[in-house]
Design a binder for this molecule. Sequence first.
Ligand SMILES: NC(=O)c1ccc[n+]([C@@H]2O[C@H](COP(=O)([O-])OP(=O)(O)OC[C@H]3O[C@@H](n4cnc5c(N)ncnc54)[C@H](O)[C@@H]3O)[C@@H](O)[C@H]2O)c1
Length: 265
Amino acid sequence: MDPNIIAPGRHEPLRTGAIGTGLAMERLHWPALSRLRHHVIPVAFAEPNGGSAARFQSETGLPGSARYADYRQMLESADIDAVVILLPIPMLFDAAKASLEAGKHVFCEKPPGGDLDRAREFLELERAHPDRILFVAENFFYRDDLRLARLHLDQGVIGRVHTMSWRISGQYVPSAGTFSSTPWRHQPGYRGGTHLDGDIHMMAAMRLLLGDVAKVHGLVQHANSLMGGPSTFVLNLEFANGTVGNYSAIHPEIVVPPDDSRLRL
Ligand SMILES: NC(=O)c1ccc[n+]([C@@H]2O[C@H](COP(=O)([O-])OP(=O)(O)OC[C@H]3O[C@@H](n4cnc5c(N)ncnc54)[C@H](O)[C@@H]3O)[C@@H](O)[C@H]2O)c1
């Protein structure tokens, strides 16, 4: 048996519908879902873009009749237990809400909303549907290396953490075939820009290792005319466990020399 394939569970595979089958489906979700066929079977998908739809169909072998132009129609008509939502950030909430209201379990890409109010509404959605699973797909929180680091911290291997520092920098411009090429990222309908989109993973990692942040002081800079939102984000942080530190994310349109991007504790 292929070692990558998890043994069949004692439950029937989840019949799943995909909402949006763009780059995240191609690069991240399908490579994982295709190894989980004893647990998850794609049966329907909603995708208005012809190219993305054709690629997903050829990967999954789904017939043309499995494609819906409108996800609300899919939720109404397709025989599915769960959905995986891979839409541009401003569209995630409405799709998650409609899916839960249609009685589906939801695996929704991050972030939960484009601002704090939306994030609170996301939490409210979970409370309003206690019999369904609403899972937000942030993946750093589940990385084995970061979980191992957390275990070492919990076991006191390096003693008490006093300070942290992390500086991530790199030129960020639209580049064909990468996530930066998608037009909705060039003019994001959310003010955090790339920091809400990509750097949310660093925030998840810091939170996994050090827990909640108690105080934050931050500055932003706008030095990128090609990608919307602030290019640079500099934060001083105090964590509830007493650790203090600094996190900087620097993504201008100019070339940035190679830098040390390791998190230091
Ligand atoms: N966890 C990660 O590491 C990671 C990485 C990349 C992207 N993402 C997340 O994945 C999501 C999608 O990002 P992406 O890079 O795949 O974007 P994308 O633009 O490549 O894909 C979005 C797809 O949604 C489709 N779409 C638009 N309106 C639709 C509608 N009404 N119904 C159905 N489909 C519709 C588009 O045609 C497109 O194919 C975002 O929420 C992003 O934050 C997560």
